[in-house]
Design a protein around this ligand. Sequence first.
Ligand SMILES: [Mn+2]
Length: 361
Amino acid sequence: MGLRAQHVASVAKEVRRARLDAARNVIRVANSQRVDAVVLAGDIFEDNLVDDLLVREVMTVLEASRAPVFVLPGNHDALTPEAVYHRASWKQRPAQVHMLDGEAPVPVPGTSAVLLAAPLRQKKGMKDPTAPWWGRQDVDAIRVGVAHGSLRIAGRHAPDDFPIALDAVARAGLDYLALGHWHGQYIHEGRAAYAGAHETTKFGEEGSGQALLVELASRGAMPRLTPVSTGTLSWRAVELDLGQGAESEAKRVLGELRDSAERAKTLVRVRTTGVASEDADAVVKGLEDDLLGKGFLHVRVERHDKAKAEVEGRLAEIARGSSLVAALLGEQSGALEPGVSEAGRLAARRLLSELVMEAWR
Ligand SMILES: [Mn+2]
């Protein structure tokens, strides 16, 4: 809540409003499924500077929940002295909204389950937030951990990202571990999961716009996990390879976007790549106007292509310093091995263009 959405500044207000709508969806599903608890595993707020008006709007959403709502401070809304959770506006929250800000297990009313919380008190940290639970299995109840950080999966976490042991569930004797931090829904070995951000935050983000319905029958039983769609906006990212011919590519992109269900709720990003021919500018502009005219919420064209003349100029420059490159470009055809075919020369030229563009990036 309170996402600044500077990447889509012109519709930031709509994007922020959508996040409230999606939160209402979470509570609506929770009510219709008659859940025992709603667990929000951190980063409810973008930061601790969010507007008080937003804090009150979020409360109004949570007030509609029939089940108790448990809120864990994450790294964005960490429990620092300046935390949003210390404000008067948050302290006036509805009676069914509880903070997970302590170490003692929190019983879920009407069930035999307890929540173990790992509230964050800083933005970054090297320690596993679940470590204090390890080896403490003295509770005869369904044990649900609630933590915020990154599962220690190679390439998917930074050392200061509150790394979480892959076997945290076994170490702490948990039935289930509710995780927050990653935006995409991710289930780890059936007993730990990121539900995902309830609404997508940016282009190219996968698995967000969801919540997770978690059913725990008894201590030790495998949880039953059911993804629930809660997002309201769709973020479509498409690529336009101008090297493949601008006209046909523009047609393909238009066709790809034709099936967008609700255009007023769809943001589109078109990213151009490849070596652009002379007619590319006009075609790209035409495509942008076309899409804007079709009623999409937001259309952004990002040019990552290179003008043909520019690439040719750079190639010619390189060719002056290399007889092989010059030969491949066909400027000194005599320097090539007699066996090199015209097709081979063209392929080499294309490869060189790509290398030049790669170096530019
Ligand atoms: Mn986070």
